[in-house]
Structure formats: structure tokens, C-alpha cells
Design a binder for this molecule. Structure first.
Ligand SMILES: Cc1cc2nc3c(=O)[nH]c(=O)nc-3n(C[C@H](O)[C@H](O)[C@H](O)COP(=O)(O)OP(=O)(O)OC[C@H]3O[C@@H](n4cnc5c(N)ncnc54)[C@H](O)[C@@H]3O)c2cc1C
Length: 299
């Protein structure tokens, strides 16, 4: 690892100023929040920019609040701030639990949810979780209104997002759970970043599963919904879940399309995806039945 290359740091106070800076300096400029990905790339010699645009001072990218029944998280908020936030812990406890398992304390204190999604590393907890939650992001460039993008259309490939030039991710919006609904996130980690992430949202309707959304990530190149598994589990009676869940695990492994890497072979990852899908679905059922509480967040 080498020292950071020289650059000029800019601290805009608004999206307008940030867009203007990014446009003025073009390919010589890049935005950042915590810098946990960007400065690592600099240190490794994989990227070099003469101008870095620090987004932390932009008010529009800050704040965590319930608005019109949804949770709105400013893109520059850190994992740690989300994990500890009173409203998140009380009303979106599965989100707090997921954030508490991201990396280590240093990564959670420095890294932002927006940076995680924009960087689009395939090994992402939030990208998987937000897919199951039907989350959307808001993006805006100076002088325009915000546009809403479903998370599945935002993280579009490995290290690839849907932002246009000069556009910033401003917030992440997560709907509230409907009555009788629950979501559970499960992950498996071998090295620093997750090897497998699975999130399951479902609702109990008269003893059967409804609104099943099963998302899987980190195993393949991008997080995806497992449509075949969701269809199979929909309308399944809670008391007869064993066989359908086993089959849903296989279908989720198909959807994940794992790639071989330092975390293991395709077959190994398929096995892990199957196990975690079953665990996530069972945890969501237990949560929806009021049998399982998310662990209390630590201060
Ligand atoms: C050791 C380690 C362990 C980790 N473990 C996990 C884990 O278990 N699970 C997990 O999900 N993640 C994990 N991560 C990833 C971590 O969550 C991200 O590194 C972090 O959230 C990135 O946020 P940042 O603000 O530091 O991003 P930055 O480095 O500041 O930015 C990353 C990229 O996003 C762009 N960007 C950032 N914010 C915006 C914005 N608002 N608008 C437009 N572009 C923007 C930047 O231009 C840059 O290209 C780990 C990382 C490390 C280093």
C-alpha cells in the first residue's frame, strides 16, 4: 500500500454546489462521504483524482426520520448512526439488526449507507436487505427535482449504479412493514465482507405466507430477488413449510447465480444460500408470529 496521491478537497454545502464542482472538474473529480472505499482505492493505486468532493456537509444528505409512514435516511448517514437511531430501533428493528452486523465498528462509524450502495460492491448487506424491503433511493443533481429509483434498478451490476453524471444519491427510503409482516436478514462471513446475504420479507395471512420477497446477494455479482422461490412460498401454509422451504432454498441458489471466489466454490455457495434462505424465512415467520424479537441494539 502506498501513501495517498495529492488531491484538492472541496466541501460543498448543497447538492447544487456539489454538482457544479463535479461538472467543472469532470473526470478529475469524485464524490465521497466516509472514504472507506474511495481512499482504499487511492491507497492501492487503483484510482487517482485531483479533486475530491466531500458530501458530508450537505444537509439534504443527512437525517433519519419517519416521513409519511416511510423511513427516510440521508445518504450520508453512517451505518452506526442508523443502527443506533431511536426510530429505527423501535420501528424498523430488522434494519438496526442488519446494520449492526456490517463490517466492524470502524467501518460502521466511517462508512455511509449511500457510499455502500453507490460503490455497489457485490458483497453488500444493505443492497440485499433493501431489495426484500422494496426500498427505493432518491437521487438528485443540482437544479433538478429528486427522482426515485427502486433499489433493484439502482444497484445494476458489480461496482455499477444508475446515477447520471453529477447526480448524487440523496436518500434511502424504506416502507413500513404492514400489519402481520416481518423481515429477517441472515449473512455468512468468512473474510471481511459477507460471503452470502439473504433477506426475507413476508406477511402472515390466515395461516399462510403472503407478500414473500426473498433477496439474495454477495454470492453472485449483484443482489437479486428470487422470483421462483417467492412464487413457490406464496400461499403456503405456515404449518407445512418444511418441503417448500427446502425447494425454495434451491430456487434461491439458482437466482443467486454464485461465482467462485475467495469465499468458496459455486457448489459451496449454493449450499450456503440454501441454508440461509431457510433460516431467513423461518426467522421472518417467527417474527411475524411474535415468537422472536430482534436482538436489542447495543449502545
Ligand atoms: C473492512 C471492511 C468491511 C466491510 N464489511 C461490510 C459488510 O459486512 N457488509 C457490507 O454491506 N459492507 C461492508 N463493507 C463496505 C462498507 O459498508 C462501505 O465501505 C461503506 O459503507 C462505504 O461508505 P463510504 O461513505 O465510506 O463510501 P465512500 O468511500 O465515501 O464512497 C464510495 C463510492 O460511492 C460514491 N458515493 C458515496 N456517496 C455518494 C453519494 N451520496 N452520491 C453519489 N456517489 C456517492 C463515491 O464517489 C465512491 O465512488 C466493508 C468495508 C470494509 C472496508
Amino acid at each position: 500500500m502506498t501513501a495517498l496521491p495529492p488531491f484538492e478537497r472541496h466541501r460543498p454545502a448543497s447538492v447544487e454546489e456539489a454538482t457544479e464542482l463535479l461538472e467543472r472538474h469532470g473526470e478529475d473529480a469524485v464524490a465521497y462521504v466516509g472514504g472507506s472505499e474511495l481512499f482504499l482505492l487511492f491507497k492501492l493505486g487503483f484510482a487517482e483524482y485531483a479533486h475530491v468532493v466531500d458530501l458530508k456537509g450537505i444537509e439534504e444528505l443527512r437525517g433519519i426520520e419517519r416521513r409519511d409512514g416511510e423511513l427516510r435516511i440521508g445518504a450520508a448517514e453512517t451505518h452506526r448512526a442508523i443502527e443506533r437511531h431511536r426510530t429505527v430501533r423501535a420501528e424498523w428493528p430488522a434494519l438496526a439488526a442488519m446494520e449492526r452486523e456490517v463490517g466492524n465498528l470502524r467501518v460502521r462509524t466511517q462508512g455511509s449507507i449511500g457510499g455502500n450502495l453507490c460503490f455497489a460492491d457485490p458483497h453488500s448487506d444493505p443492497a440485499t436487505f433493501l431489495l426484500a424491503m422494496d426500498g427505493v433511493v432518491e437521487a438528485r443533481r443540482g437544479g433538478t427535482d429528486a427522482r426515485r429509483i427502486p433499489i433493484g434498478e439502482f444497484v445494476i451490476g458489480p461496482f455499477e449504479n444508475a446515477l447520471a453524471d453529477g447526480e448524487l444519491l440523496t436518500s434511502v427510503v424504506i416502507p413500513a412493514l404492514a400489519p402481520g409482516a416481518a423481515v429477517a436478514h441472515r449473512k455468512f462471513v468468512l473474510h471481511e465482507r459477507p460471503a452470502i446475504t439473504v433477506s426475507c420479507h413476508l406477511r402472515l395471512d390466515d395461516g399462510a405466507l403472503a407478500d414473500v420477497r426473498l433477496a439474495v446477494g454477495s454470492a453472485g455479482v449483484v443482489a437479486v430477488r428470487a422470483a421462483g422461490a417467492e412464487e413457490l412460498l406464496g400461499d403456503t401454509a405456515v404449518n407445512g413449510l418444511d418441503e417448500p422451504l427446502e425447494r425454495a432454498g434451491e430456487l434461491t441458489a439458482d437466482a443467486a447465480d454464485p461465482v467462485e471466489d475467495a469465499n468458496g466454490s459455486v457448489a459451496y455457495k449454493r449450499h450456503l444460500v440454501g441454508v440461509l434462505s431457510v433460516r431467513a424465512a423461518r426467522a421472518a415467520v417467527a417474527e411475524a408470529r411474535g415468537e422472536e424479537n430482534q436482538p436489542e441494539a447495543e449502545d
